[in-house]
Write a protein that binds this ligand. Structure first.
Ligand code: HAM
Length: 442
């Protein structure tokens, strides 16, 4: 057997992919629906650059995975360093400050969608290039803003067909509560430092909160018994959190308080939350680890309040804000997501068939007449035979067919065939659009 040639062709980078055809439309349909809902609630669109000055993301946290391990840093000519954006909140806050949005009526409510980059190990639901749909409500610290952000995102998830969403929620409190809480956590984990590996010891020093979302099974029990941020919430933070929960109750949003939820980004204060899809019942007969692997819940989105981010990015005063982002790739992997067709894709009412060179020449003009009349069609101008083209129309279940052959070209007309009863009529080209509109309206 001849030796297999090495495959030297260039492929997409690891953890990134091409979006084609129907899948592309599904993404487009998702963003269209999400934007429609956000606009309804009063959010306005924003698009920030795909890359930013690298230091912008240091506000996300010097000791977070996103910044220390996963950032795509780029160096262009000159001394500035750039990074492909790993997330959208810091760029939106940068834009808020840069465009003087403090002087606009507050809060400023913005939505965005697009691609983000994290150099992580690709695995189920985790890619190096992924898409998010995000919301930010900047300029208010009112608890209703936290609840509204959660509500709008829950609505998007529901409208695209995801059921069984539970909101995991926690409050990290303000600076004062956080400092006291961090100290308590450090004391607690120090007592058990024998159980920590090198990475965890490092976290204990630099980012003790992150120990709480360690996936290490050895830490499970330790995490359960660790002090909770709730115990350290001061008056105002406690009141704020209680109000958020009351709003969620009133909105009938299912939530569970998760004391170990700290989130992977450092800018959060007070409310933090994640949208978790409850595992589906595994089909009968499936068992063991496979079952767990298939249904281990993924976070379909997350967010929280970030009252100190604005100042960290150079605002003169504190700029309270809250927001969330949905992981669109993860959501669209879910089999309960329904068919999301964007508005630009129209169901064809007519299939256009041409036969012979003369007809081909004329067909683009006829198609343009139908387009101007807003009649969605399908065609296969590169196909020749009548039966192949009729076959396609049948397969696509398109109810009307327009046929243009040599004879019709000479007579400046087309044949319109009803695919259901096979009846057909000759129609002059100048009357075609009106005729089709009439028959499809019946
Ligand atoms: P995040 O939790 O890092 O938050 O990301 C939000 C969502 O994006 C995640 O829940 C997940 O569904 C998705 N996601 C994150 N990383 C990946 C990946 N590598 N592959 C696929 N999907 C991924 C933020 O980014 C915050 N900026 C959210 C926010 C907005 N907080 C306040 N405002």
């Amino acid at each position: 057997m001849p030796a297999k040639k090495p495959d030297n062709s260039i492929k997409t980078p690891k953890g990134m992919r091409d979006l084609l055809g129907e899948e592309y439309f599904t993404y487009q349909g998702f963003f269209e629906k999400a934007a429609e809902i956000a606009l309804y609630y009063g959010f306005k669109p924003i698009e920030t650059p795909i890359m930013e000055r690298e230091e912008l993301f240091h506000s996300v946290g010097e000791h977070t995975d996103v910044v220390t391990k996963e950032m795509y840093a780029l160096k262009a000519k000159g001394s500035n360093k750039f990074a492909l954006r790993p997330e959208g909140t810091a760029p939106v806050m940068r834009a808020y400050i840069e465009h003087g949005m403090q002087t606009w009526p507050q809060p400023v409510m913005l939505y965005y969608g697009g691609r983000f980059f994290r150099h992580d190990n690709p695995q189920r639901g985790r890619f190096r290039e992924f898409r998010q749909f995000g919301l930010e409500v900047i300029g208010t610290d009112k608890s209703i803003a936290d609840a509204m952000t959660i509500k709008v995102m829950a609505t998007v998830l529901e409208e695209v067909g995801i059921e069984n969403i539970v909101v995991d929620i926690n409050s990290l409190g303000d600076k004062e509560c956080r400092t006291a809480y961090k100290r308590a956590l450090v004391n607690y984990f120090k007592k058990h430092s024998g159980k920590l590996n090198a990475h965890e010891k490092d976290l204990l020093k630099n980012n003790p909160l992150r120990l709480l979302d360690s996936k290490n099974p050895e830490l499970e029990k330790l995490k359960e018994d660790a002090p909770t941020s709730m115990e350290f919430l001061t008056g105002e933070s406690k009141k704020h959190f209680k109000e958020v929960l009351e709003y969620l109750d009133a909105l009938d949003i299912t939530y569970q308080i998760n004391n170990t939820l700290v989130r992977g980004l450092d800018y959060y204060s007070r409310t933090v939350f994640e949208f978790i899809e409850q595992p589906k019942e595994a089909p009968e007969g499936e068992g063991g680890d496979k079952k767990e692997e298939a249904s281990a819940p993924l976070s379909l989105g997350g967010g929280g309040r970030y009252n100190y981010l604005g100042k960290a990015l150079g605002a003169k005063q504190d700029v309270p804000g809250v927001g969330a982002a949905l992981g669109v790739d993860r959501i669209l992997m879910d089999e309960s997501v329904k068919n999301l067709t964007p508005r630009i894709v129209k169901k064809p009412k007519v299939y256009f068939i041409q036969l012979g060179f003369e007809a081909k020449l004329k067909s683009l003009g006829v198609i343009e007449i139908l387009r101007k009349a807003r009649l969605p069609i399908r065609q296969s101008l590169s196909k020749d035979g009548l039966s192949a083209q009729l076959g396609t129309a049948e397969k696509l279940r398109i109810p009307w067919v327009v046929i243009m052959g040599q004879k019709e070209v000479l007579e400046n007309c087309v044949i319109v065939r009803n695919m259901e009863d096979r009846s057909q009529t000759n129609v002059p080209i100048e009357e075609l659009a009106d005729y089709i509109k009439k028959v499809i309206a019946k």
